[in-house]
Every structure is written in structure tokens, then in C-alpha cells.
Design a binder for this molecule. Structure first.
Ligand code: DUC
Ligand code: ZN
Ligand code: ZN
Length: 482
């Protein structure tokens, strides 16, 4: 049964009522109508009448729009490489996947002023978004000016989180730089996200394996084993303890890194853990595909093995992970400027790192998690929306269904069955790493700040309705000793 819209006559108490659905938040699942006025939820109750439009959501779940707090869109990606998605295609794909807000990364190139990076990135997003967006910064050059003035000014302007890297020559910070950058987070109340892989250990392994003639995509995984992630996770957590700041450990791929998080929490350290669909659904064997097809799965940290998939499920079930994000980082496969660029088609070191996934994240967790009984609906909502809003200073405006919150709503048909086919997705890549996976449950109608953007699977909203969101400081960024 589809959702039916019924315009009412005369003046209206509500612009829109979503009637007869099952509402789920991170805390509850209950039957209620949702009344919306001026883009905001103004009523929750039974039998709401007096709406300009009513959507009948009988047999449907009415969920907060997904928030994907880890996506890469239109990001500079090195000489000759172009990221597949711009803000138009990336946010359109996100919307069809059940999201109403995404948080991409604004990268500071070495030597670049943060304000320049932000101005350039805003220019790419302005007028092009189908979802709301808000930027994390990436700090690659923590100079005195950046840590002393530029970063504090950016935090005051609502850029309240930033990512740092322990890998990639062009981005990595050494331990002294990590400490200094974390200290700025402590002073300003910003939240630090860390990509944990030990660059020197990776370099050692890359030299060893390429020296033995291994240039195929699979070697990407071989040269980034669990131990390099575990060591860096331990170090990031330890450095955060020295400075006394909370930290987000992003894209955790394995049980050993999860144990570092669990041990630190047992000591009272505030650690936010994030994982992603690739660590549930893919393995390193996918990087061994024929004809260089393994390049489609090259991302960092790499997918692991079946035992690690089980570990990641345990982390989702037991609360090690607060956040389930896509790490959407799309490059076209069969493209001179993508995975099969002239150097990348012969040598894994030149295959751009990252895979698409913003449109499939929610369906995968809904199908594999909720429909298979591994997690309940409130946990699904928490991991895909509410915790993202709480972690990154958007709660309670975003991430929940409550009176006063933005009317960002995804109406899900829990019984819809389909097989993931890239041909039916809305990004600008040319493949999905999840091609052929059967999923149950589909976000069929999407509402952003009260406006229907997707109705019964068809785009009806306009590009440019998505807005930029300055963010407040997050409670989760507070030093534990304060
Ligand atoms: N880190 C990410 O967060 N995304 C893609 C590649 C990477 O290294
Ligand atoms: Zn990363
Ligand atoms: Zn990422």
C-alpha cells in the first residue's frame, strides 16, 4: 500500500499530518500521528485533523530522517583524480537512502587557511543540496596560526568538529601535532575525530610487498592489517587521555580496535565509536576480484574477514559503537579519473581510497540488523540518526521525532524487498560495492523540514532546499574532568 495525500479545504492547523504510522525514536516505538507546521513538528497524538495535506502511513514506520555524519563529497582527491559525487548527486543519493542531513569533510590542504578551504567548500554546496548539510574540518596543517586563531574562530562560527589523520603522507599528523591539535579542541570545546592507522608501519609493509612484486588491489589490505589500526587506535586514545579530551574513533573495522575502545571506557574515558557497512558486508577477499575488480573495494581501513564481521556486529549489539556511518567516498571504477586511472590500473598505491555507500547504509542496517533481529528499532534510530545529532551538536533540532524538532522524517515500508542494483541508485559513481545484496525495508517517502522531497520513491523536492547547518558545541566534546 502506498502513501496517500489528501488536501483539506480551508485554513489549516497543520501544513502536513503523517497519520496512522508507527513512530520510532531512540527511546520508544509507538502509534501516533505527527503534526507539522512551518517545517517543525508541533504535535504528536492520535486522530490529528486540520491539515493541508495528510499522508497515510498505515503499515509504515515513521522514523527520524537519517543523519550520516561521515561522508565525502566533492573532495579534492589528488592529481588527476575526481570524486564521483558533487553536492547535487551526493545529497540526492543520501536523500533516497533515507537521510535528511549529511556531514561531509572540508579538507585543509597543507599551507591553506581554514577560511579559504571553507569558502571554497561552501561555494560547491550552495544551492545544490537535497538534504541539509554541515561540515567537519580536516586539519592537515596545525600551524600556530591555525591552532591559535583560525581553528578557534571556525569553532565559534559553528564548525564544531574536525578530523585528523594518522596515515597518508599529505594528511598525517605526528604525535606532537596530534597533542597540540587535541589541546585546541579542549580549549574550544570542539570534538576530534581520528583516522587510526600507523603510517610508518604501512609504509614498511608497502615497501616490503611491492618489493616482492605485489601491486594488485588485494595488497592494499595486506599492507594495512588489523595491527596497524589497533596500535593507532590505542595511541589516539592515549594521546586524548594525556590532553583530557573526548575523541571519536571513526570507521572501526575490527575487534582488536573495539577492545581498545572498551578498555578506555572502562577507565572512564569518553570515547565515541563509529563503524560502517563495509565492515559488516565486505571482506578483504573482495579486493581479489578478477580484472582489477578488487579496486572497487579499496578503502581504508580495508574490509577484514568473516570473524571480524562478527566482531563488528557484536560491537553494534553491545553498544561499543554509537555511530553507524557510510564513509561514502565515491570514485568511479571504469574511469581515467577514478579507480582505473592510468597509474591505478597497474598499481594499488594509485587506486583512490574509498567506496560509495550513502544510499545503502540505512537499508543494510535495517535489513541485516532490525529485520534479522540483531538490533531493535530504537537502536537502529540511535545509531543512524539520534547519536549523530547528539555527537555533533545538532540535537534536539535534528535526529529525533519530538515536538519542536525539525520535521525531518523518513517513512519506511518495512516489507519492501529488493536487491541492491547500482542502476537504481542516485549517486554519480558507476558501481555499488553492495551490488546483488538482497535487502528488506525501504525508505519510500522523505520529508525535510516539513517539505516532501521524495514521495513513494519519486523525487518531488527541489535541489537547493537543503540548507547549511552551523552547529553548536556537543555535550560529548566536554572534557570528562570538567
Ligand atoms: N578515510 C576516510 O574516512 N574515508 C575514505 C578514505 C579514508 O582514508
Ligand atoms: Zn578516514
Ligand atoms: Zn571517510
Amino acid at each position: 500500500m502506498g502513501c496517500i495525500a489528501r488536501p483539506a479545504k480551508g485554513s489549516s492547523m497543520y501544513d502536513l499530518v503523517i497519520a496512522n504510522g508507527t513512530v520510532a525514536t531512540a527511546a520508544d516505538v509507538y502509534r501516533a500521528d505527527v503534526g507539522i507546521k512551518d517545517g517543525v513538528i508541533v504535535a504528536l497524538g492520535r486522530g490529528l485533523t486540520g491539515a493541508a495535506e495528510t499522508i497515510d502511513a498505515a503499515g509504515r514506520y515513521v522514523l527520524p530522517g537519517g543523519i550520516d555524519s561521515h561522508v565525502h563529497i566533492a573532495q579534492p582527491s589528488g592529481e588527476g583524480i575526481v570524486m564521483a559525487d558533487d553536492f547535487e548527486s551526493g545529497t540526492r543519493s543520501a536523500l533516497f537512502g533515507g537521510n535528511t542531513t549529511v556531514l561531509p569533510f572540508c579538507i585543509q590542504e597543507k599551507g591553506e587557511a581554514l577560511r579559504t578551504a571553507l569558502t571554497d567548500y561552501h561555494a560547491k554546496a550552495a544551492g545544490n543540496c537535497y538534504t541539509d548539510v554541515s561540515f567537519h574540518l580536516v586539519i592537515s596543517d596545525p600551524s600556530e596560526a591555525v591552532l591559535g586563531q583560525e581553528l578557534p574562530a571556525a569553532v565559534a562560527d559553528g564548525y564544531t568538529s574536525f578530523k585528523i589523520f594518522m596515515t597518508y603522507e599529505a594528511l598525517r599528523l605526528n604525535d606532537a601535532e596530534i597533542l597540540a591539535t587535541m589541546d585546541t579542541a579542549r580549549r574550544t570545546g570542539a570534538l576530534v575525530m581520528v583516522h587510526c592507522e600507523n603510517e610508518d608501519a604501512i609504509r614498511f609493509l608497502v615497501d616490503k610487498f611491492t618489493g616482492e612484486g605485489h601491486l594488485e588491489p588485494r595488497t592494499h589490505a595486506t599492507t594495512r592489517p588489523v595491527v596497524v589500526e589497533r596500535e593507532a587506535t590505542h595511541r589516539a586514545i592515549s594521546l586524548a587521555e594525556v590532553v583530557d579530551v573526548p575523541v571519536v574513533i571513526v570507521h572501526v573495522s575490527n575487534g582488536a580496535a573495539m577492545e581498545e575502545i572498551a578498555r578506555a571506557r572502562a577507565r572512564g574515558r569518553p570515547i565515541v565509536g563509529e563503524t560502517c557497512p563495509q565492515y559488516l558486508m565486505l571482506t578483504e577477499d573482495d579486493l581479489s576480484g578478477m580484472d582489477w575488480e578488487g579496486a572497487k573495494f579499496v578503502c581504508s581501513p580495508p574490509p577484514r574477514d568473516k570473524a571480524e564481521q562478527t566482531n563488528i556486529w557484536r560491537g553494534i549489539e553491545t553498544g561499543i559503537f554509537d555511530l553507524f556511518s557510510s564513509d561514502h567516498c565515491p570514485f568511479r571504477y571504469d574511469d581515467d579519473r577514478g579507480k582505473l586511472n592510468p597509474k591505478g590500473r597497474n598499481d594499488f598505491r594509485h587506486i583512490p581510497n574509498g567506496i560509495p555507500g550513502v544510499e545503502t547504509r540505512l537499508s543494510i542496517l535495517f535489513s541485516e540488523g532490525v529485520m534479522k533481529g540483531r538490533i531493535d528499532l530504537p537502536r537502529f534510530v540511535a545509531m543512524t540518526a539520534t547519536n549523530h545529532a547528539k555527537t555533533y551538536g545538532l540535537y534536539p533540532r535534528k535526529g529525533t521525532i519530538a515536538v519542536g524538532s525539525d520535521a525531518d522524517i523518513a517513512i519506511w515500508d518495512p516489507d519492501a524487498e529488493r536487491v541492491i542494483r547500482h542502476a537504481e541508485l542516485h549517486d554519480a559513481a558507476d558501481y555499488s560495492p553492495y551490488e546483488g545484496i538482497a535487502v528488506r525495508g525501504r525508505p519510500e517517502t522523505m520529508i525535510l523540514r516539513g517539505k516532501v522531497m521524495v514521495r513513494d520513491g519519486a523525487l518531488v523536492g527541489e535541489k537547493g532546499y537543503g540548507a547549511y547547518l552551523p552547529r553548536g558545541l556537543s555535550d560529548r566534546a566536554k572534557p570528562p574532568t570538567e
